[in-house]
Design a protein around this ligand. Sequence first.
Ligand SMILES: [Zn+2]
Ligand SMILES: [Zn+2]
Length: 235
Amino acid sequence: MRNLIKGFLNVLYPPYCVICGDLLPIERWDEGLCIRCNQSPPYLTGNRCKFCGRQLQVGDVCHSCLEHRPVFERGVSVFDYKVLRDGIARFKFDGAKGDGDVFGDIMGKYLLENHRDWIEQVDFITGVPLHIRKEKERGFNQADILCKNVSKITGIPYKKKVIIRTKETTPQSKLSAKERHENLKNVFDAEDCTDRCILLVDDILTTGATLNECSRALYRAGAKTVSVFCLSVRE
Ligand SMILES: [Zn+2]
Ligand SMILES: [Zn+2]
């Protein structure tokens, strides 16, 4: 019976550590994390740009964000993408939705431990909308799963589909940084957000172009502040 139950849990929870990929003993399956990654998660450390989260020697804004200042108020990421590359691939491309629950839990705890001061002002969490075709292919939107779990841990309400895509675009991963900005012009729209403080969630911050355009749509819809929160940042 116990094995049957565990077999069922195996479908819901990953039998490997979502961060390092090590196989887990049965008693850790529902954690989704090995003891090492649970006790000392490989979070980003050091001095970080307040918009994109990239490492800095001095100051609080990196060269690239000084040149093209993001419209969002701040950006926080939890991990370096290099550490999570395989984990994110399993989550998104192998359709391992349970991995997203573990990642979302980690993100929620990270916010409570490190950013309690400003998250108290956040009215709701929302996610970056996925390409409609991609969501159909994948069967889920990764930002949606992360948002649900961040909301569960922090108690901040999650509002689904606040931002909508008004047209289909070329996937950002196929484009250069400059093309990414052009590709997304006027692609997003948002429902009324008058005077709301919003936490915008996604899995990876690369150039920040998508997050920037989504933030712009939220500000157009009346948002008071938009802060960005990502599972990982690509240096
Ligand atoms: Zn691990
Ligand atoms: Zn920056």
